[in-house]
Design a binder for this molecule. Structure first.
Ligand code: SF4
Ligand SMILES: [Zn+2]
Length: 116
């Protein structure tokens, strides 16, 4: 899925916008319905990721502003960027293939072999 394609599969597509914006931090019954809908949404992870990256307001990925804020401050550190050995190991653990990280890793190995 690229860009905002995931929005096409959103469970909330076509629902009333007001449902997704709690007023003054207090959740109404309609807001809670929205959160329950998010739980069944096939693109929940994309949605949450998007909201975290773009500092969106309202309910996204089943979480309120406050909950996402708490999540952000709880996240100990950003994952290592692609090209580092940390990222290479992260991809491996997740069973992902990343060309950039693989190229960087083999470059590191070659250098290691040359210098040792
Ligand atoms: S997770 Fe919730 S807010 Fe996000 S797309 Fe799905 S239903 Fe909509
Ligand atoms: Zn990578």
């Amino acid at each position: 899925m690229t860009g905002l394609d995931w929005m096409d599969a959103a469970a909330c597509k076509g629902s009333a916008t007001s449902q997704w914006f709690p007023s003054s931090g207090k959740l109404s019954a309609r807001n809670l319905d929205a959160i329950l809908l998010c739980r069944t949404c096939p693109v929940k992870t994309h949605c949450l990721q998007h909201a975290l990256e773009h500092a969106e307001v309202g309910i996204w990925g089943g979480l309120t502003d406050e909950q996402r804020q708490a999540m952000r401050t709880r996240t100990p550190r950003q994952p290592s960027p692609c090209g580092t050995s940390g990222a290479y190991r992260r991809h491996n653990r997740a069973g992902e293939t990343c060309d950039m990280c693989r190229a960087a890793e083999s470059r590191r190995r070659r250098q290691h072999r040359v210098t040792s």
